[in-house]
Structures are given as C-alpha cells and as structure tokens.
Design a protein around this ligand. Structure first.
Ligand code: UDP
Ligand code: MG
Length: 337
C-alpha cells in the first residue's frame, strides 16, 4: 500500500504524521497542542502521530513535550542532541515519520492547524504535495517583502523548476514525496528548493498567515541573506558561468582597448601618461577578480561541507509510546499492591 500512489486514498488505512520542528517555544506549546488536537478530533483524523522534533531547546519545551507524550498516545518526541536548525529538524522529522502522508507545521501558530483537514482532503484526491500559499505578509517590513520578491524572481529565472513564491514549509507530503526527499543526501538543505525539485502532482491552498502567537522569530536579515545564497548556490551553477562570461567580455574589451592604444601610439607618437584611466581599469578588474573568486569560494565551500558527509542531525532520544508505558507501569503498580 505504502509508497504507491493510489489516486483516491481510502480513509481507513491511512496514517497521518504531523511533524513539528520546535525550538524554545514554551510559551506557545500548549496553545498549539490544544488547537492542533481540536482540529484533528473535529475532522475525525484519528490515525495520527504527532512528531515533535525538539531542536535543542534550552527552555522548558522538552519537559512540556514529555508531559504531553505521557498523556497523549499520539505524541512522540524526537529529541535532537543540540540545535541543528529548522531545516535539519524537518529532515529528521521526515526520516522518522511513519505515516502515509506527513504535514510539516510550525509550533508558533503562524500556520493554522485548522487547515489540516483541507490539506488531507486534497491529498485524498490524489495530490502528492499540498503546499500552503500565504496571502498576507502585512506585518512584515517593506524591505523583507521586496527582498523576498527579488529572490523568488531570481530563483525562477535560473532554475528549471519553479520555487513557488510566498510558500513556506507548511505543507503536506505523500509517502512517495517523503521517500523522494529522504533520498536527497545533501548537507546544505535549502528545503524550499528541495520541495519544489521533486515535482509530483501538487495543489496549492491559500491562507492568511497569522503573526506569531508568542515568543520571537529566530530569523534576522543576515540569516535570510545566507539562506538566499544557499538557495541559489545549491540549485544552480549559473553564477559560475556569469563569472566566466564577464571574464571573457572584459578580456575582449581589454584586447580591443590595447589595440587602440597601440595604434594611437604608432600614429601620434608620444602617449600622454594616463594615470586616471589606468587606475580605473586596475580597480575595476581587481574587483571583478575578487567577485569571481568569491563566487568560486561559495561553491568550493559547499563542496567542502558535502564531502565531509557528516550526518545532518544527531538524535539524543526518541520518546515513543510513552503514554502506553505509563499506563503499563500504573497497572503493574496496582498489581504489586
Ligand atoms: N525552529 C526550529 N529550529 C530552529 C529555529 C526554529 O526547529 O533553529 C522552529 C520553531 O520552533 C518554529 C519553526 O521552526 O516551530 C519556525 O520558526 P520561526 O517562527 O522562528 O521562523 P519564522 O516563522 O519566523 O520563519
Ligand atoms: Mg514563525
């Protein structure tokens, strides 16, 4: 059954995994769990595993999660050995999910859990990927909006596949989409690109993205800038080509200019010492060379990281079936007495 794409999925056999990467979210955790739980019950989604990936939280998050796991049999906690970042945490979640489909959702309630039934319905109708399109970015600054738009335009221009704009990690993936993602070994994980790269029938659902329920975002402009560079360099080598084309063009121009200076000296004799023009050329070429070196360096650095083949994350402990174990312990206690 699993791994195959039956066009219309049956209700009974399907198991749904909810993957929640979580890092220092003690303030929102309970409210998130409450809303998620309510959304699942009201849609009669009973065969569910809720997989929290604790990405090295330093606050009370882990304790709260374990308390949840003891009372709710659906809850599992994958405790990573330290903070590896959301992308690694999502990868860990996808690799540990046992469901026939998985939904990745943020814990800060920016992705409304109430949309899950709609996503599941789309999956049952044959979509392998259901990605959630954000309608509003109102609360975000002008700078963030324009830079994001420019980035997606650039990605769309250089790639063979389209990375959908205003789409985050909130999405549903079918089993074969999960398996496809799990086959990608790269260390530098630009998930948005990887999600788009796999293809498969996809459906878009639009929603209004809420602001954070509590706590603060872990992203700043420096992170976003690095994120953009990672996105571009892990999916295209076009910048390398641009560097070589610019090199060819400037050397051609230099050759022509050299010929011009040479003939001019032959004809009019005494050449005037051209300090300013010389400086301009030197500085310009110096800049170009540094740029080309920098671009090469970006790729070389990525190759360096890839060749080490380090694991993407390390698991401290996988807390599973805690509710059952607790019940069992209670029963044994009774028996002993
Ligand atoms: N997150 C994580 N590891 C990190 C940073 C964030 O697992 O290193 C989780 C975080 O707990 C939340 C989700 O990823 O559930 C989104 O994080 P955040 O709200 O900071 O990002 P934003 O919504 O601003 O993109
Ligand atoms: Mg958020």
């Amino acid at each position: 059954m699993r791994g195959q794409n039956s066009l219309v999925r049956t209700l009974q056999t399907a198991v749904l995994s909810i993957i929640v990467p979580i890092f220092n979210e003690e303030e929102v955790l309970y409210e998130f769990y409450r809303r998620l739980s309510r959304a699942l019950t009201s849609a009669h989604l009973d065969d569910v595993e809720i997989l929290f990936i604790n990405d090295g939280s330093t606050d009370k998050t882990l304790g709260l999660l374990l308390a949840l796991a003891q009372t709710d049999a659906r809850v599992q906690v994958l405790d990573l050995s330290r903070n590896f970042g959301k992308e690694a945490a999502m990868t860990a979640g996808l690799e540990h999910a046992a469901g026939d489909a998985a939904i990745i959702i943020d814990a800060d309630l920016q992705d409304p859990p109430e949309l899950i039934p709609q996503m599941v319905a789309a999956w049952r109708n044959g979509s392998d990927v259901v990605y959630m399109h954000r309608l509003s970015r109102e609360k975000e600054t002008w700078l963030k909006k324009t830079t994001a738009a420019a980035f997606y335009a650039l990605m769309g221009r250089i790639g063979r596949f389209r990375v959908p704009e205003n789409v985050g990690d909130f999405r549903l993936l079918s089993r074969r989409a999960i398996d496809a993602l799990n086959r990608m070994p790269e260390r530098t994980r630009f998930m948005k690109g990887l999600f788009a790269w796999i293809g498969f029938p996809a459906k878009q659902i639009s929603y209004h993205r809420a602001t954070r329920h509590a706590g603060t975002t872990k992203w700043n402009y420096w992170h976003l800038w690095n994120f953009a560079i990672e996105g571009i360099t892990s999916f295209t080598v076009t910048p390398l080509k641009i560097a070589s084309y610019v090199g060819v063009l400037t050397s051609l121009a230099a050759l022509l200019y050299g010929g011009f200076v040479f003939t001019k000296t032959l004809i009019s004799g005494d050449p005037v010492p051209g300090y300013p023009s010389l400086m301009v050329v030197i500085v310009f070429l110096g800049g170009l060379q540094l740029l080309a070196l920098g671009i090469m360096g970006e790729y070389l650095g990525r190759m360096f990281i890839e060749t080490k083949q380090r694991p993407l994350y390390l698991v401290n402990r996988h807390y599973k079936d805690m509710a059952q174990q607790r019940k069992l312990a209670l029963v044994q206690d009774e028996g002993a007495r």
